[in-house]
Ligand binder design. Structure first.
Ligand code: F6R
Length: 624
């Protein structure tokens, strides 16, 4: 959560920082700010702090009114944790004398004690944030070091290192000091930091997307590593101050990923990428002998064969991918599978033995609850398999094995393509478990694999043919105060995702219900015109879903159905029908989800909502 960026070089810093912050805005957009080291007519440097509540565009307008010549600065876009989204709580935060400024991602767990101690030592606080203690701790160490003979260019870095020894929690932090113009000191623990050298200077950010215009060769800072950026070079050290030479990672993805490429918003662009995601996630996964090949599996077939219980742990949309996986794992491998919100799992005492497989699903690979649940499961002896979209992310690093979802960077806050990548990856895992347990033959696996691959084309068909139907359905429910999403089996799992998408981007209340459960309570909500969105694709329970929909129709519900091409029976009940190509029931979750994503987006568009950056949300949830 939150985004940080820093630049020191030959060019004006303000524009570079704003461009970087815009790229990072998906991580939080409650407020934005920059600190710029400015030189006055007498040659003295001061730090110019400019902060605004709201999006980066507000900060940009403000900066346009300043004629900054600074070539060194740091910036931040915030998702509020400690303290309301006010200007005072916006980063950068400064020391008492205003000569040190910092930006920070993460949480300082012992901030209350530190703040109390700092106040007793005479420091003045101007925000409610946990971050501000960092600025004061650096200030103390910086002044304390004055007489210790540390060369001036290293003082800030040393002070930052000392401050880090006092802080408990997670941080990606960048600091500048008026007395060391042109340098940025950086530290990392449990919060991502990438650093790179471009033609015109040195860059730091919390995500490579903010510096990819300047360089494709970056250092991904490890926990406990530090860096000092100057316009012409970057020094890296360990936590003792000993110089190190970290590995350089080459970024090979295309800059187009960071742009909308002609689409009105990233969400639509990412929905349209889904056929590619299916194909990429499947590349190289089936051997000529009909066996599944998951090279990052990290678990032997013997170990997998011993698995007698699976937990899928995840949050939000990733949790919904888990609901789909449960159906497949139990159907194909006949292993009991439970799906649990990571935030619940970590505080229960789940039954875990060495033959338990925990599957942790996370797009970002850095969700705090999912990570904590992984750590807990491993301590209790489970094997953990990660499903993530981010190579080298904490979920990938802390799991025994991993499968990457190949969705590539997802920028819209609402997950779409990464969900499809997760479902495809979990489907592969279910097939693998089925093979290992001797329940699926290689012939069956080949057939399933081929049909799974066909869903790429099915998604394309939906994108090409159903836009008009989706628009009509969206128009019909855009003003409803609430909606129900219903289905059975796979359809029930998909309904959860449909309801979440509608809630998060259109702010319409929506609830998912197993269709058969409606008559036990929720049907009381239905009155004439109430929208019921049904996943009614052909399946073993299709007739049952139809009966449930008739019960809703009888009470005047407005029914929007996602149905299988060629099904005309549904037209007699539903007011609006969105068709998806026929598939095996196991893969219907992939096809049925796409219209629900488009429906949510269209409702949000009609309601004038911010599709890519819905209120109160952020892309990575690195707090509990
Ligand atoms: C909803 C959404 C969130 C995430 C959740 C978990 O569209 O994106 O519900 O799915 O915050 O995030 P990851 O998958 O990064 O662990």
């Amino acid at each position: 959560m939150c985004g940080i960026v820093g630049y020191t070089g030959q060019n004006p810093a303000a524009n570079i920082l704003v461009t970087g912050l815009k790229r990072l805005e998906y991580r939080g957009y409650d407020s934005a700010g920059v600190a710029l080291a400015e030189r006055d007519a007498t040659g003295t440097y001061t730090l110019n702090i400019i902060r605004r509540v709201g999006k980066v565009s507000g900060l940009e307008s403000e900066l346009n009114g300043h004629s900054s010549t600074s070539t060194c600065g740091i910036g931040h876009t915030r998702w509020a944790t400690h303290g309301r989204p006010t200007q005072a709580n916006a980063h950068p935060h400064i020391s008492c004398d205003g000569r040190i400024a910092i930006v920070h991602n993460g949480i300082i767990e012992n901030f209350a004690e530190l703040r109390e101690e700092l106040i007793q030592r005479g420091h003045h606080f101007s925000s409610d944030t946990d971050t501000e203690v960092f600025a004061h701790l650096i200030e103390e160490a910086y002044e304390g070091n004055e007489s210790s003979g540390i060369p001036a260019t290293h003082k800030l870095l040393d002070a930052l290192r000392i401050a880090c020894t006092q802080v408990v929690g997670a941080y990606g932090v960048a600091a500048i000091a008026a007395d060391e113009p042109g340098t940025i000191a950086v530290a990392r623990k449990d919060s991502p930091i990438v650093i790179g050298r471009g033609e015109h200077g040195s860059y730091v950010a919390s995500d490579v997307i903010a510096l990819i215009d300047a360089t494709r060769d970056v250092v991904v800072l490890e926990d406990g590593q530090f860096a000092l950026l100057t316009p012409n070079k970057i020094i890296y050290t360990d936590d003792q101050g000993t110089p190190i030479e970290p590995a350089v990672t080459h970024i090979d993805w295309d800059i187009d990923l960071a742009e909308k490429a002609g689409y009105p918003d990233f969400m639509l662009k990412e929905i349209f990428e889904q056929p590619r995601v299916v194909r990429d996630t499947l590349v190289g996964r089936l051997t000529g002998a009909g066996e599944l090949d998951i090279d990052e599996l990290g678990l032997s077939f013997e170990e997998l064969n011993l698995v007698d219980r699976v937990y899928v742990i995840a949050c939000g949309t990733s949790y919904h991918a888990g609901l789909i996986a449960k159906n497949l794992i139990e159907a194909w491998a006949r292993i009991p599978c439970e799906v649990e919100a990571a935030s619940e799992f970590r505080y229960r005492n789940p039954i875990i033995t060495p033959s338990t497989l925990v599957v942790a699903v996370s797009q970002s690979g850095e969700t705090a609850d999912t990570l904590a649940a992984i750590r807990d499961a491993r301590i209790k002896g489970a094997k953990v398999f990660g499903v993530t979209n981010v190579v080298g992310s904490p979920v990938a690093r802390e799991s025994d094995g991993v499968i990457y979802t190949k969705a590539n960077k997802e920028i819209a806050v609402a997950s779409t393509k990464s969900f499809i990548g997760q479902v495809v990856s979990l489907t592969l895992l279910a097939m693998l478990l089925g093979q290992v347990k001797g329940k699926l033959t290689t012939g069956q696996t080949r057939m399933l694999f081929r049909e799974l691959g066909d869903t790429a084309e099915h998604i394309q068909t939906i994108l090409d043919t159903q836009q008009q139907a989706i628009q009509s359905a969206a128009t019909a429910c855009k003003d409803a105060p609430s909606a129900l999403f219903v289905g059975r089996g796979m359809g029930a799992a998909v309904s959860n995702e449909g309801a979440l998408k509608l809630k998060e981007i259109s702010y319409l209340h929506a609830e998912a219900y197993a269709a058969g459960e409606m008559k036990h309570g929720a049907i009381a909500l239905i009155e004439p015109g109430f929208p019921v969105i049904a996943v009614a694709t052909k399946s073993a329970v299709y007739d049952k879903v139809l009966s449930n929909l008739k019960e809703c129709e009888a009470r005047g519900a407005k029914i929007i159905a996602v149905a299988t091409e060629g099904d005309h029976e549904i037209e007699a009940i539903a007011d609006y029908v969105i068709y998806v190509p026929p598939t095996r029931e196991a893969f219907s979750a992939i096809t049925a989800t796409v219209p629900l994503q488009l429906l949510a987006r269209e409702v949000a568009r009609l309601r004038g909502c911010d599709i890519d950056q819905p209120r109160n949300l952020a892309k990575s949830v690195t707090v509990e």
